[in-house]
Design a protein around this ligand. Structure first.
Ligand SMILES: O=C(O)C1=N[C@H](C(=O)O)C[C@H](O)C1
Length: 288
């Protein structure tokens, strides 16, 4: 398993009849890996996972798993909920189907940081695959500070964190100054990818990397190699594109752009998301 470089959380393309466009999904998966991504994330937020039926989720994981196996790439699968027992059951179902699970900090419940730690400690005892904690307080309503993130990173089956706090705050700097041994800190807010790499993040899980995948991979390599001048300039350019992609709720703009490029059959999203405006889509197309 490789939790460095760029992992692409795939969108779920829909056909005219509203069903998943499986062939287009497979094409996106191959394209991401062939253009330099180290892995894929199936069933992330970007996949509109909340709207997918169980059989649809299974089909997505099967396609992503097959493509990753063929390419020798890492597959991370989104799993779990705000219910610890239910999350443990969902993780058991990933045995032999994923290299790692992306597990969001329990949302809406706001269990306290001690509760978050207890949740992941319980999951770490039962999970058959390593866990990547998804820390995204502006979606979950639960903040997790650097001290708790360090303790999470010391749990035996916790391999990393997808860190998406909407900026570069003191906890981010503190964590990256001294992460636990073998604990991968992955940027989860696309516009801050370059900034987190500069601070020592191992990579990122980035919806934006459906586009210009090779350049995002190049950015990770440039920071890793200490090529600061190149990394800084490239990072600024990609960050502008990422910010435009997130001008409306993810993945609505991204889907509009992929459709305009002819890579997916429709730009459709499922409610409660609504399609992005043409102005937002055009703004990204102008930057490509
Ligand atoms: O699905 C994901 O994983 C991602 N989701 C984030 C979000 O929608 O908030 C964005 C990030 O690029 C990856």
């Amino acid at each position: 398993m490789n939790l460095s470089g760029v992992l692409v959380p795939l969108i779920t393309p829909f056909a005219e009849d509203g069903e998943i466009a499986l062939a287009a999904l497979e094409d996106l998966a191959y394209a991401a890996l062939d253009e330099g991504a180290t892995g894929l994330v199936a069933l992330g937020t970007t996949a509109e996972v909340a709207t997918l039926a169980p059989d649809e989720r299974q089909a997505v994981v099967e396609i992503c798993g097959r493509v990753c196996r063929e390419r020798g790439a890492t597959l991370v699968v989104g799993a779990g909920s705000s219910d610890t027992r239910g999350s443990a059951a969902a993780l058991l179902a990933l045995k032999d189907r994923a290299d790692a699970a992306l597990v969001t900090v329990p949302s809406f419940v706001r269990p306290s940081e001690a509760g978050v730690l207890a949740h992941f400690a319980a999951l770490a005892q039962e999970t058959p695959v390593p866990l990547v904690v998804y820390n995204i307080p502006y979606r979950t309503g639960q903040s997790v500070g650097a001290a708790t993130l360090r303790r999470l990173g010391e749990l035996p089956m916790v391999a990393g964190v997808k860190h998406a706090v909407g900026g570069v705050d003191q906890d981010t700097v503190t964590l990256l100054a001294d992460p636990p041994e073998g604990f991968a800190v992955l940027a989860g807010d696309d516009p801050f990818f370059s900034a987190l790499l500069a601070l020592g993040a191992s990579g990122g899980i980035l919806a934006s990397a459906h586009l210009r995948t090779a350049r995002f991979a190049e950015l990770a390599r440039a920071w890793g190699a200490g090529d600061v001048a190149h990394a800084r300039a490239l990072g600024h350019r990609l960050s502008v594109m990422s910010a435009s992609l997130f001008a409306e709720p993810n993945p609505t703009v991204l889907k509009g752009v992929l459709h305009a490029q002819g890579r997916i059959p429709t730009a459709a999203v499922r409610l409660p998301l609504i399609p992005a405006s043409q102005a937002s889509i055009d703004a990204v197309l102008r930057l490509l």
